[in-house]
Design a protein around this ligand. Structure first.
Ligand code: HEM
Length: 441
């Protein structure tokens, strides 16, 4: 009863915004208080249209709170640069699990220090060193899926589990060096199964605390010896241990980066599978590409172009921040407590930059010139930019090639994309049948 009453009362962000608007010299952003969490579910292009109707900065409601949306990458970057200290990223609160919490929400010196240590441990050459193992993880997950008989209506859920297993395994190998097929790999994977059995748990409870401690203690024991465990030299944890840079904050972060990153990664794999089923000729062309040959300088392979196009069309959506104090930006008041949504998906669908923007077309990325950073920024715009952008693309290419090489995916259920818990996803019914790819002429 009390809960229902509270849900009906306007939230602090809305009450505060109304009060500030009465006395501020600067107006609130335009736009009536439509419920974004409701309207967007029916219309993915809602924000794009709203920006043309009322201007690139506008207000709305989402889950009862005041949201301010900012459309335009240059504008979003400028907002974050000018007011970054007053804008706190919205993410998991992990301080109860390890000191200082998640890198994503650190600010100032802590953020600079831990991010620097992490960047030093992310090495491009590790992807090459681990390529065979990563490929085996993807190929094995797909082969197991193909070998299991199931009704079409079970394909969607089973396929998500398969992609989750592939993405989790690949990240476990590259982060911790645990090699597929070893007891150590199985132990860590079982820990992750307990940490988020049905997806990312936004508010970690006792089960997450226990699973987190289990993974942490196992990794500490594994790396306690004078030498890293076999295969772990080319891993992020391996580099941090060797350089003496590891502490409880970094280890906690690595464990939770895999937890959050596996969701991002398997969601990307799911979009790749969807477009692979939609465009079989493109997948066949990827199967024909020589994966061991580097593309000519300044060019990229079709597989990589396919992945980048999926980042543009679907995977990358927005940055969210909470205003810690009143901000005046481009003459408008962004009041304290408001959630600021810096839109990425909308600029990635600007027709002036991406002609026919709703068409999936990897050829956009195989030419000589890419769009600029103010036109395409799937991994963010400020000091919190994704440190794993190249790695995510690399893993996705490995997955896509493993799919293309052996299988022709055929969709078992179709429909329009849906707004999932955190991101847009292919239709809930989207699953695949994997037909073996015959020998190619
Ligand atoms: C699969 C595609 C991915 C996309 C599209 C993506 C996108 C992004 C974006 C847009 C940000 C900026 C967030 C902000 O400014 O609020 C970000 C930050 C971050 N991402 Fe990713 N990401 C991906 C994969 C991953 C993976 C695989 C990992 C790790 C396993 C990861 C770890 C992180 C971390 C730790 C940050 C915060 C960095 C900081 O605060 O300094 N991401 N990502």
């Amino acid at each position: 009863m009390l809960k229902r009453l509270r849900a009906r009362l306007p939230r602090r962000s809305v009450v505060y915004a109304r009060a500030r608007a009465l006395i501020s010299r600067h107006p609130l952003p335009p736009g009536d208080l439509v419920r974004l969490d409701v309207v967007e579910k029916q219309d993915r292009t809602f924000l794009l249209r709203r920006a043309t109707e009322v201007g690139p900065i506008f207000k709305a409601l989402a889950w009862g709170d005041l949201w301010v949306c900012v459309v335009g990458l240059e504008r979003g970057r400028r907002l974050l640069r000018e007011h970054g200290a007053a804008l706190r990223p919205v993410t998991l609160q992990l301080e109860p699990l390890f000191p200082k919490g998640f890198l994503r929400q650190m600010q100032g010196e802590d953020h600079r220090r831990y991010r620097k240590a992490l960047l030093r441990a992310i090495r491009g050459e590790d992807l090459a060193a681990n390529r065979r193992g990563l490929d085996t993880i993807a190929a094995d997950a797909l082969a197991r899926y193909a070998a299991t008989p199931r009704a079409d209506e079970d394909a969607a859920a089973d396929f998500i589990r398969t992609l989750n297993a592939a993405a989790s395994g690949m990240l476990v190998q590259i982060f911790f060096g645990s090699q597929f097929g070893t007891p150590a790999f199985d132990r860590v994977m079982a820990g992750y199964q307990r940490l988020g059995p049905y997806g990312l748990v936004w508010q970690p409870g006792p089960a997450q605390h226990a699973a987190f401690a289990e993974i942490r203690d196992f990794l500490l024991a594994e790396f306690a010896g004078a030498a890293p465990p076999p295969g772990a030299e080319a891993s992020i944890l391996g580099h941090l241990v060797r350089e003496g840079a590891l502490d409880a904050t970094l280890l906690g972060n690595l464990i939770y980066m895999v937890e959050m990153g596996r969701y991002d990664t398997y969601s990307l794999f799911r979009w790749l599978a969807k477009y692979a089923a939609d465009f079989p000729a493109l997948l066949e062309a990827i199967a024909r590409e020589d994966a061991s040959a580097a593309p000519p300088a300044g060019r990229r392979s079709l597989a990589e172009a396919f992945v980048i196009e999926a980042l543009r069309t679907d995977q990358s959506e927005r940055l969210t921040r909470v205003a810690l104090r009143d901000i005046v930006f481009d003459g408008l008041l962004i009041p304290r407590h408001a959630t600021v949504r810096v839109c990425l998906w909308e600029p990635h669908h600007a027709a002036a930059v991406f002609p026919d923007p709703f068409r999936f077309d990897p050829a956009r990325w195989t030419g000589e010139k890419d769009p600029g950073a103010d036109e395409f920024a799937p991994f963010g715009l400020d000091a919190h930019q994704c440190p794993f952008g190249d790695l995510a693309i690399g893993l996705a290419v490995i997955f896509l090639r493993a799919l293309a090489r052996a299988w022709v995916p055929v969709a078992t259920g179709e429909g329009l994309p849906v707004k999932g818990l955190y991101h847009w996803e292919p239709a809930s019914r989207f699953g695949v049948k994997l037909r073996p790819r015959g020998p190619m002429a």
